[in-house]
Ligand binder design. Sequence first.
Ligand code: PHE
Length: 371
Amino acid sequence: MIDRIAQLRAQAGEAIAAAQDTEALDQLRVHYLGRKAELPLLLRDIGALPADQRGAVGRTANEARKAIEALISARSQEVQAQELSGSLLADALDVTLPGTPPRPVGRMHVIAATQRELEDIFLGLGFTVLEGPEVETVHYNFDALNHNPNHPARARTDTFYLRTEAGPGDSAGEREPSERLLLRTHTSPMQVRAMEAHPPPLYVVIPGRVYRPDSDATHTPQFHQVEGLAVDDDITLADLKGTLLAFARAIFGDQRDVRLRPHFFPFTEPSVEVDVSCFHCSGEGFLRDGSRCPLCKGEGWLEVLGAGEVDPDVYAHVPTTERNAPGYDPEKVQGFAWGMGVERIAMLRHGIPDLRLYYENDVRFLEQFGA
Ligand code: PHE
């Protein structure tokens, strides 16, 4: 009897070691330890044995059962680990991985991205962003900005005027000349609108579309500007220069410098044109190999915008109302303003040779910029 038990134990051990999967192990468990298996039956019938054999046979049989159970559970762990790594290798699809992101369907246009970047820079300097109407009146676009009646920008060849019905109170069937409508030629009309709406101190930037009847490699009939206006009681040209230096460094690099050159605008006095030191040749005007810098044409400077101290005559065009009380007294307030072209800044920065590329919607061009 004891020999038979030893034989069963040895057989089971070999079979368990050879088992390759969980199913085979389950079958072996039934075969050796199940209710109808030889070993358990033998244990159950132990009472029928002569008394002197019961102890030894019982002990041996019990030990054999425990040993077989232990072998099965050890082998079963090994087999399960093998099965898992096998299925990980074999399954091409792992549903627990994150999905493949779809190809992005679009991105921000380089002009929109540049405009937002500019807004962020000036927000960081304490300015607020405002927007205004693209259809303007002659009053805000020219008159309130001190353009004399014969200023060339007023000409039909330089400005898109809108054909309009007579305005209320116009007897001659025509609007008052100052109430005629046009597509704004710059964002500067928002200087006066902003001052009408808010009392000083005022720190605003105004991004938006502007329109002029020009069309060539460096002019499109519609383009974008970012206007800036700061009015407080003690604002000088030095504040303008510091503000624009921060902008120039944020857009064109830490090493940049700015310079102001005298210029003329009807609504600023003094007026300046602002140059940024060339980032292509570090302001040298020539490259390391001695050749002339192609970006600044050897100048060392790039013209980026027009600016100046707000002309006192402009404050005089801002009526004092309840909304902007105490109003803009030319004797008490001072300020600066600038206007920059977004297309021009993006062109300089990215080396874009032709303005029309912005609007042709060729994705091979557009995909190079923006997030
Ligand atoms: N509006 C001017 C232009 O379009 C730029 C400018 C704005 C100049 C503000 C001075 C102050 O050319």
